[in-house]
Design a protein around this ligand. Structure first.
Ligand SMILES: Cc1cc2nc3c(=O)[nH]c(=O)nc-3n(C[C@H](O)[C@H](O)[C@H](O)COP(=O)(O)O)c2cc1C
Length: 168
């Protein structure tokens, strides 16, 4: 089905709200292999004079491998009647099952990036990774180390330049 293209920042408030309240799904990889996982944290704005979307992925996630091997990711907002799929993508690992087949959801090559987006998504943000930063424990405020990490698995933060936003 033809997707409706949006201009930044159209749709962005909805992406932030959905991520914060229900979770959205980050997909990364290409036709040779890909994966997706639920995220609850996202930062979207304007930096380097470009529209930027930053997501945080822990190295323990299978998705991390695809974030590292590729140069792109997509953020997918699923309609509320597919919330069960969001929960599945946030509780199971692609190491153990094909989550797209299990959900089921349709991985479709991005319009502007190699990573797939989810055809059933009501809203999609496609990003090219412009900068990434593994979090350095020595630079994190002490109470956050305690609150969020327990001494390991510090996120890598991926800053993506937003190349496309599209809706169903
Ligand atoms: C609501 C929700 C939000 C989540 N947010 C994040 C996140 O922002 N970053 C992260 O690394 N993991 C997050 N997770 C955990 C991953 O989605 C989860 O570990 C997933 O099973 C990883 O799948 P994978 O191993 O196939 O990559 C979240 C899980 C849920 C349920």
């Amino acid at each position: 089905m033809e997707r409706k293209r949006l201009e930044f920042p159209d749709g962005i408030v909805e992406v932030i709200d959905a991520t914060r309240t229900r979770g959205t799904i980050v997909c990364a990889g290409d036709q040779s292999g890909s994966n997706g996982m639920t995220i609850g944290w996202i930062t979207i704005g304007s930096s380097w004079s470009r529209p930027i979307c930053a997501v945080l992925v822990r190295p323990s996630r299978y998705t991390h491998k695809f974030m590292e091997s590729g140069d792109s990711f997509t953020v997918n907002v699923l309609p509320e009647d597919l919330q069960g799929a969001v929960d599945l993508f946030g509780t199971e690992s692609g190491r153990d099952m094909d989550k797209f087949a299990e959900a089921p959801l349709t991985a479709t090559k991005g319009l502007m990036v190699a990573s797939p987006y989810i055809a059933e998504a009501s809203l999609v943000v496609e990003c090219r990774i412009a900068f990434k930063q593994p979090m350095d424990r020595s630079l994190i405020t002490a109470d956050w180390v305690e609150d969020f990490y327990g001494g390991e698995d510090y996120h890598t933060i991926y800053y993506g330049e937003i190349l496309a936003i599209h809706a169903k």
